[in-house]
Design a protein around this ligand. Structure first.
Ligand SMILES: Cc1cc2nc3c(=O)[nH]c(=O)nc-3n(C[C@H](O)[C@H](O)[C@H](O)COP(=O)(O)O)c2cc1C
Length: 154
Protein backbone atom coordinates (compact mmCIF):
# COMPACT_ATOMS: atom_id res chain seq x y z
CA UNK A 1 0.00 0.00 0.00
CA UNK A 2 1.50 3.43 -0.91
CA UNK A 3 2.38 5.79 1.93
CA UNK A 4 0.92 9.28 2.28
CA UNK A 5 2.45 11.45 4.99
CA UNK A 6 0.73 14.55 6.33
CA UNK A 7 3.10 17.14 7.80
CA UNK A 8 1.44 19.59 10.17
CA UNK A 9 2.45 23.08 11.25
CA UNK A 10 0.02 24.49 13.80
CA UNK A 11 -0.27 26.84 16.77
CA UNK A 12 -3.87 26.39 17.86
CA UNK A 13 -4.65 22.97 16.40
CA UNK A 14 -6.65 23.98 13.32
CA UNK A 15 -4.16 22.52 10.84
CA UNK A 16 -3.92 19.31 12.88
CA UNK A 17 -7.70 19.06 12.84
CA UNK A 18 -7.60 19.37 9.03
CA UNK A 19 -5.02 16.55 8.87
CA UNK A 20 -7.18 14.29 11.02
CA UNK A 21 -10.34 15.07 9.04
CA UNK A 22 -8.79 14.36 5.63
CA UNK A 23 -6.91 11.22 6.72
CA UNK A 24 -9.89 8.88 6.06
CA UNK A 25 -10.28 10.27 2.54
CA UNK A 26 -6.78 9.11 1.67
CA UNK A 27 -7.33 5.76 3.39
CA UNK A 28 -10.43 5.24 1.25
CA UNK A 29 -8.31 6.12 -1.80
CA UNK A 30 -5.92 3.27 -0.95
CA UNK A 31 -3.14 4.90 1.08
CA UNK A 32 -1.53 4.12 4.37
CA UNK A 33 -1.54 7.49 6.18
CA UNK A 34 0.82 8.93 8.79
CA UNK A 35 0.27 12.30 10.47
CA UNK A 36 3.45 14.06 11.67
CA UNK A 37 2.60 16.85 14.10
CA UNK A 38 6.19 17.32 15.26
CA UNK A 39 7.74 16.82 11.83
CA UNK A 40 11.42 16.20 11.20
CA UNK A 41 13.29 15.91 7.92
CA UNK A 42 13.92 12.23 8.73
CA UNK A 43 10.14 11.64 8.78
CA UNK A 44 10.14 12.70 5.15
CA UNK A 45 13.35 11.16 3.88
CA UNK A 46 14.15 8.03 5.93
CA UNK A 47 11.23 5.92 4.71
CA UNK A 48 9.31 5.91 1.42
CA UNK A 49 6.94 8.84 0.92
CA UNK A 50 4.75 8.22 -2.11
CA UNK A 51 2.78 11.39 -1.57
CA UNK A 52 2.93 14.21 0.99
CA UNK A 53 0.40 16.78 2.16
CA UNK A 54 1.50 19.85 4.13
CA UNK A 55 -1.14 21.40 6.41
CA UNK A 56 0.52 24.55 7.69
CA UNK A 57 -0.84 27.64 9.40
CA UNK A 58 0.88 30.99 9.91
CA UNK A 59 1.93 32.86 13.02
CA UNK A 60 3.83 36.06 13.87
CA UNK A 61 4.18 38.04 10.65
CA UNK A 62 4.01 35.33 7.99
CA UNK A 63 6.06 32.84 10.03
CA UNK A 64 5.97 29.07 10.44
CA UNK A 65 4.33 27.71 13.59
CA UNK A 66 6.96 26.73 16.17
CA UNK A 67 6.44 22.98 15.75
CA UNK A 68 7.28 23.31 12.05
CA UNK A 69 10.44 25.41 12.39
CA UNK A 70 12.94 22.53 12.91
CA UNK A 71 11.62 20.75 9.77
CA UNK A 72 11.88 23.87 7.59
CA UNK A 73 15.27 24.78 9.01
CA UNK A 74 16.61 21.28 8.29
CA UNK A 75 15.55 21.52 4.64
CA UNK A 76 17.08 24.95 4.37
CA UNK A 77 20.39 23.96 5.95
CA UNK A 78 20.82 20.41 4.62
CA UNK A 79 19.34 21.00 1.19
CA UNK A 80 18.18 17.42 0.50
CA UNK A 81 17.23 16.46 -3.04
CA UNK A 82 13.44 16.06 -3.12
CA UNK A 83 13.08 15.42 -6.86
CA UNK A 84 11.01 12.30 -6.26
CA UNK A 85 8.56 14.01 -3.92
CA UNK A 86 5.02 14.85 -5.04
CA UNK A 87 3.08 17.01 -2.64
CA UNK A 88 0.10 19.25 -1.93
CA UNK A 89 -0.28 22.23 0.37
CA UNK A 90 -3.17 23.35 2.54
CA UNK A 91 -2.25 26.75 4.01
CA UNK A 92 -4.23 28.26 6.88
CA UNK A 93 -4.19 31.99 7.44
CA UNK A 94 -6.19 35.12 7.99
CA UNK A 95 -6.48 37.81 5.32
CA UNK A 96 -6.67 40.54 7.97
CA UNK A 97 -2.87 40.06 8.25
CA UNK A 98 -2.54 41.53 4.75
CA UNK A 99 0.68 40.76 2.87
CA UNK A 100 1.69 37.96 5.21
CA UNK A 101 -1.51 36.02 4.44
CA UNK A 102 -0.77 32.29 4.52
CA UNK A 103 2.96 33.01 4.76
CA UNK A 104 3.74 29.66 6.42
CA UNK A 105 2.10 27.59 3.67
CA UNK A 106 3.54 29.76 0.93
CA UNK A 107 7.04 29.49 2.38
CA UNK A 108 7.03 25.70 2.67
CA UNK A 109 5.74 25.45 -0.88
CA UNK A 110 8.66 27.57 -2.10
CA UNK A 111 11.12 25.61 0.04
CA UNK A 112 10.00 22.24 -1.34
CA UNK A 113 9.93 23.46 -4.94
CA UNK A 114 13.46 24.78 -4.46
CA UNK A 115 14.61 21.25 -3.64
CA UNK A 116 13.04 19.87 -6.81
CA UNK A 117 9.80 18.54 -5.34
CA UNK A 118 6.70 18.65 -7.55
CA UNK A 119 3.48 20.19 -6.28
CA UNK A 120 0.35 18.55 -7.64
CA UNK A 121 -2.40 21.08 -8.37
CA UNK A 122 -2.74 24.50 -6.79
CA UNK A 123 -2.17 25.34 -3.15
CA UNK A 124 -5.32 25.68 -1.04
CA UNK A 125 -5.33 28.85 1.07
CA UNK A 126 -7.99 28.91 3.77
CA UNK A 127 -8.90 32.35 5.10
CA UNK A 128 -10.11 32.23 8.71
CA UNK A 129 -12.01 35.49 8.07
CA UNK A 130 -14.25 33.63 5.62
CA UNK A 131 -14.00 30.01 6.80
CA UNK A 132 -13.59 29.71 10.58
CA UNK A 133 -13.55 25.90 10.41
CA UNK A 134 -10.82 25.11 7.86
CA UNK A 135 -12.16 21.55 7.41
CA UNK A 136 -15.17 23.00 5.60
CA UNK A 137 -12.91 23.94 2.71
CA UNK A 138 -10.20 21.33 3.16
CA UNK A 139 -12.40 18.23 2.89
CA UNK A 140 -13.96 19.08 -0.51
CA UNK A 141 -10.57 20.31 -1.73
CA UNK A 142 -8.93 16.97 -0.87
CA UNK A 143 -11.78 15.03 -2.51
CA UNK A 144 -11.24 17.05 -5.67
CA UNK A 145 -7.45 16.80 -5.43
CA UNK A 146 -7.61 13.00 -5.29
CA UNK A 147 -9.98 12.99 -8.26
CA UNK A 148 -8.33 15.57 -10.53
CA UNK A 149 -4.76 14.41 -9.89
CA UNK A 150 -5.84 10.77 -10.26
CA UNK A 151 -4.38 9.82 -6.89
CA UNK A 152 -6.75 6.97 -6.14
CA UNK A 153 -4.91 3.66 -6.00
CA UNK A 154 -7.49 1.28 -4.52
C1 LIG B 1 -0.35 35.81 16.83
C2 LIG B 1 -0.95 35.41 15.50
C3 LIG B 1 -0.29 35.78 14.34
C4 LIG B 1 -0.82 35.43 13.08
N1 LIG B 1 -0.16 35.82 11.94
C5 LIG B 1 -0.70 35.53 10.72
C6 LIG B 1 -0.08 35.96 9.52
O1 LIG B 1 0.96 36.63 9.52
N2 LIG B 1 -0.66 35.61 8.34
C7 LIG B 1 -1.81 34.89 8.26
O2 LIG B 1 -2.29 34.61 7.18
N3 LIG B 1 -2.42 34.45 9.40
C8 LIG B 1 -1.91 34.76 10.61
N4 LIG B 1 -2.54 34.32 11.76
C9 LIG B 1 -3.80 33.59 11.63
C10 LIG B 1 -3.65 32.07 11.75
O3 LIG B 1 -2.72 31.56 10.80
C11 LIG B 1 -5.02 31.43 11.49
O4 LIG B 1 -5.92 31.80 12.53
C12 LIG B 1 -4.97 29.91 11.40
O5 LIG B 1 -6.26 29.42 11.07
C13 LIG B 1 -4.50 29.26 12.69
O6 LIG B 1 -4.33 27.86 12.44
P1 LIG B 1 -3.83 26.88 13.61
O7 LIG B 1 -5.02 26.67 14.54
O8 LIG B 1 -3.47 25.60 12.88
O9 LIG B 1 -2.66 27.47 14.28
C14 LIG B 1 -2.02 34.68 13.01
C15 LIG B 1 -2.68 34.32 14.21
C16 LIG B 1 -2.16 34.68 15.44
C17 LIG B 1 -2.93 34.33 16.69
Amino acid sequence: MPMLKIFVGTVYGGALDVAEQVKPLFEEAGYQVEIHDQPTLEDLTDSPTDLALFCVSTTGTGDYPGNFVPFARAIDERSPSLVDLRYGVIALGDSSYGETFCGGGRSVDELLAGQGAQRLGERLEVDAMETPMADDEAIPWVEQWIDVERLKVA
